[in-house]
Design a protein around this ligand. Structure first.
Ligand SMILES: [Zn+2]
Length: 427
């Protein structure tokens, strides 16, 4: 895989996927329609994957009181990565709160965990409800220095595919293992591979909280999960979250810089800090464990990596435009428009390209997975002849059948351009 990666910063702009503007600010990329289409496809995919795996989706605000992060430990241990607090009017927080003191301050959240912990705490829970899997595709903010900002990978505003699983100690292993399986399944669909798996452990720094026993137990669980998954991994001290060890799925960019895309973390600390409980079969109160996990990481980093790996030739289900319809002459414009409309109604991202020579139009759309040329013969017969991005041609089909075959393949979230014919090698 290494050696032929693209630079997402150049290509993302050239392909009109995203950009930045000094007036909006460094590290604050915006998504153009093509990039937004990719992001939307990823969001839908991951929500569906999570729904099938028993996750429930929630929304929570991107702001929280400073006190929330004092309790979670972020304020003390992760403050360098946080924006300065904003002071809101004392009245907004009720009588008695001073505008200048911590009670009157809110911060842009550096992570979603504290909100989810409070949401869990807001309702009583029985052991029968566990594991309770709470997922959110939500915004978080990181005060990166301007010197390290670049494209989508070091953004100050981040959309995270996040989830927190509240479970019993006995359930942690299976939940962490299932999360790792989900990550691997998503990578297959995305056509990407990890550079390596890393077990990130605490280092000598004072930022790591909690007891040694807590760290050993959590690391033991994750080691076991990696062993059972049969993947090679490296242990690295000093890369853990401040509250617990984690499995990091590392990817590399064109300059061979590594970044963590996906993660599975075991946390005994935040449940303690927030006083989380569930009622056990014995009728007594017990403390759940939190498994933090992200399948595709942040949408920013995921899309950056997809551009690095695929250039603009994305797997069909991700492609900004999936089907381009090319009428040979003006006389076929109407059937071409009808085909585009039929494809859009089936859920495909389709458009017509009618201006210029046919050869030039095919070249201009060389990254689009499916190209349908409509000549006089096709128009007459109500057929479509589809050419794949790699030059292969599908047999001519009735228009409706052509659209439904493409729709079916796209819905399968395959990294392949087209299903392999029986007996054909998949390489
Ligand atoms: Zn978390």
């Amino acid at each position: 895989m290494a050696g032929h990666l693209f630079d997402h910063r150049k290509l993302g702009r050239a392909l009109d996927l995203f950009d930045t503007d000094p007036l909006i600010g460094a590290g604050l990329p915006y998504w153009l329609p093509g990039g937004a289409a990719i992001r939307h496809a990823l969001e839908e995919y991951v929500r569906e994957l999570e729904r099938k795996a028993g996750y429930q989706h929630v929304y929570s605000p991107v702001l929280g009181k400073r006190e929330l992060y004092e309790i979670s430990g972020h304020w003390e241990h992760y403050r360098d990565g946080m924006y300065p607090p904003m002071t809101v009017s004392p009245a907004a927080d009720g009588p008695g709160s001073g505008g200048e003191d911590a009670a009157g301050q809110v911060v842009l959240r550096p992570s979603l965990c504290p909100h989810h912990a409070v949401m869990y705490r807001s309702r009583a829970h029985s052991y029968r409800e566990l594991p309770l899997r709470m997922a959110e595709l939500g915004g978080m903010y990181r005060a990166e220095l301007s010197g390290v900002l670049g494209g989508l990978t070091r953004a100050r505003s981040i959309q995270l595919n996040d989830a927190h699983i509240f479970c019993t100690v006995d359930q942690v292993r299976d939940e962490a293992a299932a999360a790792l399986r989900m990550i691997r399944e998503a990578y297959r669909s995305l056509g990407i591979e990890p550079a390596r798996y890393r077990l990130s452990l605490a280092g000598p720094s004072a930022k790591y909280v909690g007891s040694q026993q807590m760290w050993d137990e959590a690391a033991g669980v994750l080691r076991d999960v990696l062993h059972r998954a049969g993947v090679a991994y490296e242990e690295e001290a000093g890369e853990a979250a401040f509250y617990g060890p984690k499995i990091d799925v590392q990817v590399a960019d064109s300059a061979e810089r590594e970044a963590s895309l996906s993660t599975v973390q075991v946390d005994f600390y935040q449940p303690e800090r927030f006083g989380l409980e569930y009622t056990g079969p014995d009728g007594g109160k017990h403390r759940p464990v939190m498994v933090h996990r992200s399948v595709i990481g942040s949408l920013e980093r995921a899309v950056a990596h997809l551009i690095d790996v695929h250039g603009g030739a994305f797997p069909p289900w991700i492609a900004p435009v999936q089907l381009v319809v090319l009428p040979v002459a003006d006389a076929q414009r109407l059937p071409a428009e009808a085909l585009v409309q039929a494809a859009i109604e089936q859920g495909l991202r389709a458009e017509m390209s009618a201006d210029g020579s046919l050869g030039a139009r095919i070249r201009a759309h060389r990254l689009v997975p499916y190209q349908a040329v409509i000549g006089a013969a096709e128009a007459q017969a109500g057929e479509v002849s589809v050419r794949l991005r790699d030059g292969r041609k599908l047999p001519s089909l009735r228009t409706a059948d052509g659209v439904s075959q493409i729709t079916r393949h796209v819905a399968a979230h395959s990294p392949e351009l087209w299903p392999a014919a029986p007996g054909e090698s998949r390489g």
